[in-house]
Design a protein around this ligand. Sequence first.
Ligand SMILES: [Zn+2]
Length: 74
Amino acid sequence: MFGIRLLIVLFAIVAVVLVLRRMYRRPAPKRPLVAPGQMVRCAHCGLYLPREEATHEDELDFCSADHRDRHARG
Ligand SMILES: [Zn+2]
């Protein structure tokens, strides 16, 4: 009985160590810094977002298709 308990405890310790090592070894994912020029403003709500995530219509930028439609409806 003691042996099984010891085995479980050892396994738990090894698992925790492996998880911690993986967490600390992996550097934070490097996200490329967004250049200031790549940010656009939603013409409807004023939200700033990366250009590639924006919806474009008539040289205007929108945060979503919903806001684009709302802006078109006036
Ligand atoms: Zn918006």
